[in-house]
Design a protein around this ligand. Structure first.
Ligand SMILES: [Zn+2]
Length: 349
């Protein structure tokens, strides 16, 4: 033994001890790292296991996994999602996530899965997926934004507001989102009285980040007098559909008579009689209907559609968040002339 090991007082002995210690520390870290990674993988698989109760539409589970599958199957799952084939997209994502061990490689797939659950209406599953991502990567802005959307749709507004703090720390502009969540929370609040809600809505109107259209729509349901007092001429184009579909019983003729544009709208609608004054709204469709009426034609009506100024999609009904891209305050009201049908009017409120 003495021939193999150097003597205790030999400097070579100290170097040998240091090498042995470094080796022990490296091997322990490796074993511990692998153990932790395996634990994380097992916990994620257990977590995802709860989502596999749906009928399998693709026989994907039987396919032996290869790294080369990741890109084409990811593209296929996105294509399925865009076509509305959500269950197929979900199954592909689950297959990939279960077979990829590195979290950062599967993070975009988890984001995709959460988004697909959201699109498919599985809000609680989407919430769990985004929380799972944020548990491992708290600075993921996309997951924070999507979690806010899911919480809003679940009417968990306080929690939705809580997602804004980390986003603000990550230097994201959260002012409009904060106004959006606070307004949604106020309108959903069952404990506040009508007058308390109206007072808060009036306060929101004076703040820049709050959406005018949503507040006016709510005011018309809560307090007609305040709603009419809050009409701003330069913003009428954004609420033209709300004004157009108001029943005659909800009109404030005193305020309407003092405004050229409001008078034109309700003359076009047929709620007020034309007088000698030439009304002009500077809204092409309204002025066309008024001119048609003056020529004796009552057969022209307005039809509304709603566009998103972010993704440019169009929808037949209005929205507070774009159903396609989830943008807020992006609605564009578009009116067009149509032939009048003999149907009863309805209100948007
Ligand atoms: Zn959109």
């Amino acid at each position: 033994m003495d021939t193999i090991l150097p003597a205790y007082d030999d400097p070579l002995f100290s170097i040998l001890i240091i090498i042995v210690l470094v080796l022990i520390v490296s091997i322990s870290s490796l074993i511990l790292g692998n153990y932790n990674e395996k634990n994380k993988r097992n916990s994620l698989q257990k977590f995802l296991g709860g989502f596999k109760k749906d009928k399998t539409l693709l026989k994907i589970e039987e396919l032996p996994f290869e790294e080369a599958f990741i890109k084409p199957l990811t593209l296929l799952s996105i294509a399925f999602k865009n076509q509305g084939e959500y269950q197929k997209s979900i199954n592909l994502n689950l297959y990939l996530i279960e077979n990829i061990s590195n979290f950062y490689k599967k993070e975009p797939l988890l984001e995709e899965l959460g988004e697909t659950y959201l699109k498919a209406g599985f809000l609680k599953r989407a919430k769990l997926i985004f929380l799972e991502i944020l548990q491992k990567h708290p600075r993921n802005k996309k997951a924070l934004r999507y979690l806010g959307i899911v919480l809003e749709l679940l009417h968990e507004f306080d929690q939705a507001l809580a997602t804004l703090q980390p986003l603000a720390i990550l230097e994201e502009d959260t002012k409009s989102l904060e106004a959006h969540f606070k307004l949604s929370a106020l309108l959903d609040n069952k404990k506040l009285s009508k007058s308390e809600k109206v007072a808060k809505l009036q306060a929101f109107l004076s703040e820049q980040d709050y959406p005018y259209r949503r507040i006016i729509k709510a005011l018309f349901s809560l307090d007609l007098e305040v709603a009419w007092q809050s009409i701003e001429t330069d913003k009428i184009a954004s609420i033209l559909d709300i004004l157009w579909f108001l029943p005659a019983s909800k009109l404030n003729l005193e305020i309407i008579s003092k405004s050229q544009i409001l008078s034109s709208i309700y003359l076009a609608k047929g709620y007020i009689e034309p007088n000698d004054l030439a009304f002009k709204s500077n809204i092409f469709t309204i002025d066309t209907i008024v001119s048609a009426k003056q020529s004796g034609s009552e057969q022209v009506d307005l039809c509304f559609s709603y566009g998103c100024n972010k993704c440019k999609h169009h929808f037949p009904i209005g929205f507070e968040r774009c159903p396609n891209c989830y943008a807020i305050d992006s609605i564009q009201v578009k009116e067009s002339l149509v032939e009048k049908r003999l149907t009863k009017g309805y209100s948007l409120l």
